[in-house]
Design a protein around this ligand. Sequence first.
Ligand code: FAD
Length: 437
Amino acid sequence: MISSTDTAIIGAGPYGLSISAYLSAAGVPHQVLGEPMFAWRNVMPPGMLMRSEAFASDLYAPHAGYRLEDYCRQNRLPYAPIGMRLPLETFVDYGLWFQSQLVSHVRTVEVTELRRQDGCFRLTLSDGSTLLARRAVVALGLKGFEYTPSALQGLPKPYVLHSGEIGNLMWARSKRVVIVGGGQSALGLAALFNELGAHVRVLVRGDSITWNKDPEVGRSLVSRMLSPEGGLAQGWYPYVLSEFPYLFRAVGQRLRKRIAETSFGPSGAWWLRDRVAGRIELSMNTAVGHVALRGSEVVLEVTGENGPATVTGDHVVVATGFKVDMAKHGFLSPEIVGALALVGGWSDLSRNFESSVPGLYITGPAAALSFGPVLRFVYGAKYAAPCIARHIGLRHAAEGGGRAFESLAAPQALAEGSAGAAPHAPAAFRGAESTAE
Ligand SMILES: Cc1cc2nc3c(=O)[nH]c(=O)nc-3n(C[C@H](O)[C@H](O)[C@H](O)COP(=O)(O)OP(=O)(O)OC[C@H]3O[C@@H](n4cnc5c(N)ncnc54)[C@H](O)[C@@H]3O)c2cc1C
């Protein structure tokens, strides 16, 4: 079956859902493809606490009433903008509630191929159908960008796992788990594994752990002016990066790349310190040189403060972060990857998040080269969602509200084009959705 729509949003996480809410309000027909909040439900470990403050953990809509605070109030859940330990499960439930209220037209399919065809995009979907779209938005989060140092590559799962593919942790109960890394993922997993009864050892490259400061609740006006609260952290530098992501493009590309890749680097959330320090074996100044399987255990050759040593475990968890590389999205056609003109894996974007492929927008962590480190976090959607929707809305209107697109679609697509609309759009938006195909 072939259908058509104006805009295909690939990904149904906080970014994809927020963009959909804005596009609906702008009257732009679109489809959202992906499983709502998939990464948060399946990849992140149950029991995890959100690293971002509650006020920086919203999904965004052009109408009041859909913030995390609104959800918590309606469900009589505790809420504090700063200093709250927000459970992953609450964030997931909130995201699914947001979706049910504003984006009920999600199609839970994967895009298996995206290519250009006759001035539009042709998407092949995992249910065997095809979608033609004038525009496409890639909002896939960190998927496919897991970074494993070469010394740790080559061993099969579940002996060596990346922190970005862990999900449920129950398998680790009473197992020996070696974690490589010294940031939030490494420390957060170390605490959860330890509390489950695993024997945990963390190998840290640096000579100390950076712990984030305890949040300061109820600060005076002067204190807030001297060091404002930004979505990324407290202070003027994080504030500017959090609140004015569009300024980032004015910086030279090399510096932007360095800031996007390294700033707000490895550190542990304030609420983790008591669960880690003094409870878990942390080995500082370590470098893993080699890793191998001996029977059913993993053997790591490690250089540490006291020279070379051998560390063994049942499993190794690589918590060494993520590296954006758009070429790793296997569903992008070679022609699209070639036209993206990548800079070390990044696509440099226009001020409207449009890539060098006209009509192809990229957002979320993959947009951090152009809009700064806030795009690595949910908070970046506060700027990205309205910005992308405004640009698409203007283009859609300039093109005659979709009528011109119909002439591009193949006859078969035209016949079935109405399947591309959002049949289950919430009442508030139904008028807008039905302007479409
Ligand atoms: C362990 C961990 C903890 C984190 N904690 C925080 C935190 O506390 N606060 C914070 O702000 N950020 C946090 N982050 C970062 C955060 O995950 C990302 O910034 C955020 O997920 C980006 O949201 P997104 O909408 O871009 O993508 P995601 O939420 O990752 O959603 C991706 C979507 O893409 C869909 N998808 C994937 N492949 C396809 C395909 N081929 N076709 C169609 N759809 C597809 C999925 O189904 C899913 O719907 C954390 C990251 C990790 C790894």
